[in-house]
Design a protein around this ligand. Structure first.
Ligand SMILES: C[S@@+](CC[C@H](N)C(=O)[O-])C[C@H]1O[C@@H](n2cnc3c(N)ncnc32)[C@H](O)[C@@H]1O
Length: 353
């Protein structure tokens, strides 16, 4: 885990916190800090709901208002690589700092949704004063009723029980959407990256925060079929993929032979997998690297097989011992473009696992 140090100095009124919405109450800060203290990450699957839940003491239903410290806001935007083509949605936007900072320092557009109307008013006021009204907006809305289809980045600082409830929806967002969460994980979904940020002046809890990043993977579970040219012959392949978030496993069949999937991964819509298939002529390695696009897997397929090639003097005297000794085994690789389509028996389910 990389460490990011607090610089403590901001450039703008917004960063310095000259204007704020309602200040965080000490009780609310203690609630979230307490959650962190009591629920050190990682939170194992199934345990999040069993953790102490002091949320009942929160001043606002759902999650208390506690602002993310500025160094942590910047670390969240950095970890998600927010840029000027992004649309950032902060679910439970508090005083609007995450969305406003994303627009100010990274040129992003964004939306903050917040249940507390005073915070929504003050966030929109601040955006107006900073000349950002054309790019950011804050709405009084329940975060569970927020359309996330236009989001490229979703930011979160919410209690674990809300994250548990949100997790299935977040996992089904458009592939490649980045999700960053301050201090709390999304149930059993393993983050793609984790960063620890020093917060030495925090009033409660440990003097650091943890920021997690997830990149929504394409949904590729199921059976895919296509053809690949293997040493001059066109072979049908069939790949059965089982998916657990970014992790893939399964079986690849090429022609009449099959082998278990290995070296497989999904990053957004980028999909890679491979398998070693043993045959009469020795093992053959098949690897796919491509993208999940409009219901197809489109990419490049490499077949690597042990080939035999003769050394320099082999042609002169194939029967000489020296020539045979110089005959070397090498791997012959061929790469071809392939498109795999879903087998009819494997439709995309309405609800992902
Ligand atoms: C811990 S604060 C985080 C504020 C801001 N995102 C930040 O990081 O500084 C959580 C915010 O979520 C808001 N909230 C809680 N439940 C909500 C809900 N169901 N819909 C919208 N906002 C909610 C709270 O009012 C609070 O302002």
């Amino acid at each position: 885990m990389a460490g990011i140090r607090t610089d403590g100095v901001g450039q703008t009124a917004h960063r310095r916190g000259v204007r704020r919405g309602r200040p965080a109450t000490i009780a609310a800060a203690a609630v979230l800090a307490g959650m962190l203290w009591l629920a050190p990450s990682p939170v194992p699957a199934g345990l999040a709901l069993a953790q102490p839940q002091p949320v009942e003491a929160a001043p606002v239903a759902g999650a208390p208002y506690v602002p993310t410290p500025w160094p942590v806001v910047r670390a969240m935007l950095e970890l998600a690589r927010v840029g000027d083509t992004d649309f950032v949605v902060d679910l439970g936007s508090g005083d609007g700092r995450v969305v406003i900072e994303a627009a100010l320092s990274r040129g992003a557009r964004g939306l903050g949704v917040e249940i507390d109307s005073d915070l929504v008013l003050s966030s929109n006021d601040e955006a107006r004063q900073l000349g950002l009204s054309a790019r950011v907006a804050f709405e009084r809305r329940d975060l569970f009723e927020t359309d996330l289809s236009t989001a490229t980045v979703v930011t979160l600082y919410l209690l674990p029980r809300l994250l548990m409830e949100l997790q299935p929806r977040l996992a089904r967002l458009r592939p490649g959407t980045r999700i960053v969460s301050h201090d709390f994980r999304l149930g059993d979904w393993k983050p793609d990256a984790t960063v620890k940020v020093d917060v030495p002046d925090r009033a409660f809890g440990p003097p650091f925060s943890t920021v997690y990043l997830w990149v929504v993977p394409a949904y590729v579970q199921g059976t895919w079929e296509g053809s690949v040219a293997d040493r001059g012959r066109s072979e049908r392949f069939r790949v059965d993929l089982r998916q657990d978030y970014q992790a893939l496993s399964g079986t690849l069949r090429v022609g009449a032979r099959s082998g278990p999937i290995d070296r497989a991964a999904i990053a957004g819509d980028q999909v890679t997998f491979g398998a070693r298939i043993d045959g009469a002529g020795g093992p053959v390695r098949h690897s796919f690297e491509g993208r999940s696009l409009a219901g197809e897997l489109v990419g490049r397929w490499t077949v690597e097989a042990a080939g035999r090639t003769a050394g320099p003097s082999a042609a002169a005297s194939a029967s000489s011992v020296a020539a045979v000794a110089r005959t070397v085994a090498r791997t012959v690789a061929t790469t071809v473009a392939v498109t795999a389509t879903r087998a009819e028996a494997s439709p995309v389910p309405a609800r992902r696992p």
